[in-house]
Design a protein around this ligand. Structure first.
Ligand code: ITT
Length: 191
């Protein structure tokens, strides 16, 4: 089975490729010649995930899935949430991360979660898969691997941030790993 993964985020693509392995072939937006900046105008992960997968289905007629994800911080009323990719007004990871640290300051309430919603369109029908991981926002950055807010996110029950973990360790407990696990299980059941 071949599926398009509707993302422009190379890190998401690598994480997801490692999860699906040889189970099915992934095609990127580049592979199908899609250079459009797919509009994301929703106010929920579900809406944005739908917009991305529907765009591919409507324009290319291909089976596909998309990932909309982000970081929800309790003390910031769930921000950055759907605005995680451009919280500071730019897509600069450093600036976004620094804004989160500045807004939290020395606030002792540092609870947060990563959420991921996947929209799969198979034969024109949409299915959703969700995953989340609880944790805390550290006071400074630690680690080099991963992407986005990984250097400041410490999952519950662990002493390391996502950036201090291997890709495999992160995938085992992450929001994306959990959502993808459900998607793979669904595909295995119907084929
Ligand atoms: P696509 O829409 O092209 O898939 P994107 O990066 O714009 O790529 P989103 O709109 O879903 O994706 O924004 C997700 C943002 O949330 C991402 O850019 C990171 O800032 C953050 N994020 C999501 N998952 C993350 C993870 O596993 N580790 C660190 N940050 C993450």
């Amino acid at each position: 089975r071949t599926l398009v993964f509707a993302t422009n985020n190379q890190h998401k693509l690598e994480e997801v490729q490692a999860i699906v392995g040889n189970n099915f072939a992934l095609r990127s937006l580049k592979d199908i010649g899609c250079e459009a900046d797919i509009p994301e105008t929703g106010t929920t992960f579900e809406e944005n995930a739908s917009q991305k997968s529907r765009y591919i289905f409507d324009h290319f007629g291909l089976d596909c899935f998309s990932d909309d994800s982000g970081l929800e911080i309790d003390a910031l009323n769930g921000e950055p949430g759907v605005y995680s990719a451009h919280y500071s007004g730019t897509r600069d990871t450093e600036a976004n991360l620094q804004l989160v640290l500045d807004k939290l300051g020395s606030n002792p309430n540092r609870g947060a979660r990563f959420r991921c919603v996947i929209s799969l369109i198979l034969n024109g029908k949409e299915h959703f898969f969700e995953g989340s991981v609880e944790g805390t926002i550290t006071t400074g950055r630690s680690g080099k691997s991963g992407f986005g807010y990984d250097p400041v996110f410490q999952p519950l029950g662990y002493k390391e941030t996502f950036s201090e973990m291997s890709a495999q360790e992160k995938n085992q407990i992450s929001h994306r790993g959990r959502a993808m696990e459900k998607l793979v299980e669904f595909l295995n059941q119907i084929q």
